[in-house]
Design a protein around this ligand. Structure first.
Ligand code: SF4
Length: 472
């Protein structure tokens, strides 16, 4: 593959969320998962709970998650009942071992799609089995257009400490074209209520490189984000995974079924462009169509994240990971992320959810019907698993912690008895030569250049059998 080809935003995943790759997880390993669930926990391993709420008002065109936009109130009720049953089954297993939940994460999908009454009912029933009063953090993902003041009041009462607002962009045309359901004014309204109600931490999610993004618009997005003054800002670089609306459109362009538009004056380093102008000139929006819709290449997206990080640094934010900047690093923690990146156990509940139990990766059945049917039978809805060797656990933590820009060699020595500087000397040397890391006596520091593209550096640490294999 040429350098130029690598820099295009092509089809496929970029983000590395786990190790070994998901393609290695198999139903044949479920026996090991069930055995792990029957064992008492290792001392000092925190326990967390992830709950997947798979409903959205509409499907964003870049979305590859397991979400449903066609479910009715009865479906939502059935799903909530299944989630409660799943948590109940977990709560009775030896793996819990009396551990209180250290963190809880409501993700999706759109957890805030549920009404205040549904949330009160669901959270009350969940807590009857696994209470979270003692948890260090309870995160709840929100789509701004689904929030009302009374829903946020309910979330506050129900113990949510960290609210994550899926803003992604402030530009109405970009939001609409990319299939986002919310409006710009709904961002300000939701944020204002959340601030008034005193949530401990508000995170704003942005995406660098939504289709149609330009430098001017990105600067505006960053400025508006800083003006809101959230505790934490997360910036993802737009991917084009398979099976999204955009990936299908891109394939149509590649196969010549769709002509490619010329680049607009302000579209930087565009590697591929889609003729999407017509799609946003709908009279319903009342907005002027943008001159050109284009997909930025990776160097441009990295430049946008770099710009956001630099502007936020001027406003007092610090880098907390390759994707996140926080206002006060000592105070603003992200317990879910840090626990997972340090090998915590986690029950992943909900259709297609991922979890980790005592050295075994697990994923739930990934269709609505199969998931509900398993719980109807009173069984945990596990679909596939992978027992992870001690060396793989160490590599997993290493590649995840590298995303924080610093690897502490002492931590790996204490936890795994591993000398990562020696074991991975060749990989670190080649990354150092490329200017992505600097190797020090006590660890490895990622440079800014390395941090901005950390996900594509991580396969260098994969074992030979996973080099060049399909990731998902
Ligand atoms: S709101 Fe999130 S989960 Fe729902 S369709 Fe959009 S990207 Fe996917």
């Amino acid at each position: 593959m040429s350098e130029a080809t690598q820099e295009k935003t092509g089809l496929g995943n970029y983000f590395i969320a786990n190790y070994p790759p998901f393609s290695a997880w198999k139903p044949a390993h479920l026996t090991e998962a069930h055995a792990a669930l029957q064992r008492a926990p290792r001392p000092d391993t925190p326990l967390g709970l992830y709950l997947h709420i798979p409903f959205c008002r509409k499907r964003c065109k870049f979305c590859y998650f397991r979400v449903y936009t066609d479910k009715n109130a009865r479906d939502v009720e059935n799903y909530a009942a299944a989630l409660v049953r799943e948590v109940e089954l977990y709560s009775k297993l030896p793996i819990v071992g009396g551990r209180p939940l250290h963190y809880v994460y409501f993700g999706g999908g759109t957890p805030s799609y549920l009404s205040a009454a549904q949330l009160r009912d669901l959270m009350g029933r969940l807590q009857a089995f696994l209470p979270w009063q003692q948890a260090a953090e309870v995160t709840f993902e929100c789509e701004p257009g689904t929030l009302q003041r009374h829903k946020l009041e309910a979330l506050r009462e129900l113990g949510v400490t960290r609210l994550s607002l899926g803003v992604e962009n402030f530009n109405p045309q970009l939001l609409e074209y990319n299939g986002r359901a919310h409006l710009e004014e709904e961002i300000y309204r939701a944020y204002g209520w959340a601030r008034e109600l005193g949530f401990d931490q508000i995170n704003i999610d942005l995406i660098a490189g939504m289709v149609g993004e330009t430098w001017d618009n990105w600067r505006t997005c960053v400025r508006k984000t800083i003006e809101l003054n959230p505790e934490s800002v997360t910036v993802y670089q737009m991917e084009l995974p398979f099976n999204t609306v955009f990936s299908k459109e891109l394939k149509a362009v590649a196969s010549g079924q769709w002509p490619v538009a010329s680049n607009g004056a302000d579209a930087p380093s565009v590697s591929s462009a889609l003729p999407l102008t017509e799609a946003v000139s709908s009279p319903a929006t009342g907005h002027e169509p943008l001159a050109t819709f284009s997909i930025a290449d990776w160097p441009t997206k990295r430049a946008w994240v770099d710009y956001a990080f630099a502007e936020m640094a001027k406003a007092g934010y610090e880098v907390s990971s390759a994707y996140t900047m926080v206002k006060d690093k000592a105070r603003t923690k992200f317990v879910y992320r840090d626990s997972l990146w340090h090998g915590a156990d986690m029950f992943g509940c909900g259709v297609a959810s991922f979890g980790h139990v005592q050295g075994v990766h697990v994923q739930n059945l990934d269709t609505w019907e199969q998931y509900l049917a398993a719980l109807d039978r009173g069984e945990l809805p596990l679909g596939r698993a992978l027992p992870v060797t001690p060396r793989q656990l160490q590599i997993r933590e290493m590649i995840l912690q590298l995303k924080t820009a610093w690897l502490d060699a002492g931590y790996f020595q204490r936890k795994f008895g591993a000398d990562i500087l020696k074991d991975h000397a060749a990989s670190f040397a080649s990354l150092a030569q490329a200017g992505f890391v600097s190797v020090q006596d006590d660890g490895v520091q990622l440079t800014r250049e390395g941090l901005l593209q950390v996900d594509r550096l991580l396969p260098a640490f994969f074992e030979p059998e996973y080099q060049g294999t399909r990731y998902t």
